[in-house]
Ligand binder design. Structure first.
Ligand code: URA
Length: 243
């Protein structure tokens, strides 16, 4: 791929704007020699204003989503994308969130421009466990673990029961829930079906991948090892596959 198109696709600007960057001598190689739009160069050696190029397509990020941000590109309010480098919103292929977290949910969110990987992570058939920590309005009754593990719980206006999920009670009003699906408002609706109300919700893990000290609103580019942890077979905190 020509350098001009590669740089435009990374969101640095339109083709016309990137052309201007070449003319201004802002695109160089690692030794500082000015590059031209039709040069064929290893992208790893390209610099713009002295900085290495953004990661190529195949980008996977983990992000610690704060409460109050939306997993959308167009919502009127504060977006997850507002907390990432602005040009990442103009990448082609586009960067998308891997599933969604509600506006009022915080925690681990993945983003990628790799459509096949995205579908592999969100597909219920892959049984990737997602671990949520919920704070509840009322004390747990004690029967929620059995209800969520049953594989028979039907949420309102759904056609099929939920797959078994695993509940750990942390204290009377706090619980950790591991689910392998990503239905709409799933965790909030599960606790509502058990007569409770989720006051706050945080996603702590996807597979064996955890935030590991990543601060709220911070992001990190993932390597192959991190992505492999999403699919790690021993990621599950308890029995979530059909019994
Ligand atoms: N379940 C919910 O209810 N909300 C989320 O954001 C994620 C899972």
């Amino acid at each position: 791929m020509k350098l001009l198109r590669r740089i435009a696709n990374l969101g640095y600007g339109s083709r016309r704007e990137v052309q201007a960057m070449f003319r201004e001598g802002r695109v160089t190689d690692a030794d500082g020699d000015v590059l031209y739009a039709d040069d064929v160069v290893d992208p790893a050696r390209v610099r713009i204003d002295g900085e290495a190029l953004d990661p190529p397509p195949g980008l996977v990020l983990m992000f610690n989503k704060p409460v109050g941000t939306t997993c959308s590109t167009r919502d009127a309010g504060r977006l997850v994308f507002d907390l990432l480098p602005p040009r990442w919103r103009r990448r082609d292929p586009p960067l998308s969130t891997v599933g969604r977290l509600d506006r009022d949910t915080s925690g681990l969110l993945l983003l990628t421009d790799d459509g096949a990987l995205l579908h592999r992570i969100i597909s219920p058939r892959q049984h990737v466990p997602k671990v949520y920590e919920a704070t509840l309005a009322s004390d747990l009754r004690g029967d929620e673990g059995a209800l969520f593990a049953s594989g028979t719980l039907m949420l309102e206006s759904e056609a099929t029961p939920l797959a078994p999920a695993f509940l750990e009670v942390l204290d009377p009003r706090r619980a950790r829930l591991t689910v392998t699906e990503g239905r709409y408002h799933q965790v909030r609706r599960m606790f509502a079906a058990a007569g409770n109300h989720v006051v706050s919700l945080h996603r702590a893990r996807i597979g064996a991948l955890a935030l590991d000290g990543l601060g709220e609103g911070e992001w990190r580019v993932l390597g192959e090892d991190d992505v492999a942890r999403v699919f790690a077979a021993d990621a599950v905190a308890g029995p979530v596959s059909p019994l």
